[in-house]
Design a protein around this ligand. Structure first.
Ligand code: CWL
Length: 365
């Protein structure tokens, strides 16, 4: 595969770890990274070490710097939920992540996403590592790329089922634009959805797919505040709107109420619609749940995909796929995101455009 240039939108935990993982992969050159304050761009390849070092340590998280959970409310909200269109005030709020502009390679920008779109000819793939507190945020960012004449790959790591339909509505617009869009390409949906598609191959009829994840996030907590907030939105007492407005102190109190261990059942994760659109089972036969432990780095439970079905010769069985407890969420989200990105670039170069899910493509390595 020829060299692939890519950009990362969002430099929170996912954006930064994707840049880091890409350093271990052949043929990938990160050329742009942005957050809501600014953009770093270098078409000879970003200096990822410098960028990570500069952005990793610049968080004025007050009480968080001693390793306890901090109180910086904006830590992982790397782009405003207006699609990046609003001009940032340029004034750093107390406790706010200085973000990408802390890197010597970056400069402030009024509209970082537009700058990336304007250089789209030199960018093979864009990874959307954005918070999805508003369901239409990623679709609206995609609209901007379509409007700006981008013709390449877009990959997101979104979670919610309802967003897939919004992207499907844009399928013909992506096709006309020459965009190959892979949606839900993280761990779940993503890696585990793809694993379910493989596990289903023994069967002619799939009865159920159950995804059960375990995540330990003690040292990774700071990096994953956005993810934790999105997870809280899945608790029965909350929804996406109430979770978005919680202060960091309120999030901390919720976590403390649960002694640091949050269990989630029946999450609205897009694995269901993505397996249905791949023809594997009905969305209603898919469940996603898991346990998040922010007091330990060890996984509280083994991440397992269980696919139950019947074979052509009348047997009923359950195929399982497990992740090792030693593999981190960062490895299991960002590895697959890059794998799907690589495959999507091949598809795009072959002239295949539109919307694809993780159960329809085999990720590259
Ligand atoms: O979708 C995500 O953001 C991650 C998801 C949850 C914590 N919010 C679970 C990720 C599963 C990773 C499984 C593993 O590393 O074993």
């Amino acid at each position: 595969m020829n060299d692939t240039t890519f950009a990362v939108l969002g430099t929170g935990g996912i954006g930064r770890r994707t840049l880091e993982v890409s350093q271990h992969k052949d043929g990938l050159t990160p050329v742009a990274a942005c957050d809501r304050h600014g953009v770093a761009m270098d078409f000879d390849g970003l200096d990822v070490d410098e960028l990570l070092e500069a952005t990793e340590g610049n968080i004025d998280s007050g009480p968080g710097t001693d390793g306890t959970r901090g109180t910086d409310a904006s830590r992982d909200d790397d782009l405003e939920t207006d699609g990046g269109a609003a001009a940032s005030s340029g004034v750093k709020q107390h406790g706010e992540n200085a973000g990408v502009v802390a890197s010597a390679q970056a400069r402030p920008s009024e509209d970082p996403i537009q700058e990336i779109i304007d250089h789209g000819d030199a960018i093979d793939a864009v990874l959307l590592a954005l918070p999805n507190y508003e369901h239409d945020f990623i679709p609206r960012v995609a609209d901007r790329f379509i409007a700006g004449g981008y013709a390449g790959v877009m990959v997101d790591v979104l979670k919610r089922s309802r967003v897939i339909g919004m992207l499907d509505e844009r399928a013909s617009a992506f096709e006309d634009a020459g965009i190959t869009f892979v949606c839900g390409a993280g761990a779940t949906p993503g890696f585990l959805t793809g694993a379910a598609a493989l596990a289903a191959q023994s069967f002619v009829e799939v009865e159920s797919v159950d995804i059960w994840w375990g995540v330990g996030l003690k040292s990774g907590y700071e990096d994953n505040r956005g993810t934790v907030r999105e997870d809280i939105a899945h608790l029965p007492e909350y929804d996406i709107d109430t979770a978005r407005t919680l202060s960091e102190d309120e999030i901390e109190a919720i976590i403390d109420d649960h002694d640091g261990v949050l269990e989630f059942d029946d999450m609205e994760h897009a694995d269901d619609v993505l397996l249905e659109r791949a023809g594997i089972c009905d969305a209603e036969d898919v469940t996603v749940g898991g346990i998040l432990d922010v007091e330990h780095d060890e996984k509280p439970t083994t991440t397992t995909v269980s696919v139950t079905g019947t074979t052509f010769d009348g047997e009923t069985g359950t195929n399982t796929f497990e992740l090792d407890d030693a593999t981190s969420m960062a490895a299991n989200v960002n590895g697959p995101a890059i794998g799907y990105l690589k495959t999507a670039v091949c598809r795009n170069r072959a002239g295949e455009y539109g919307v694809f899910g993780p159960a329809e493509l085999m990720p590259g390595f």
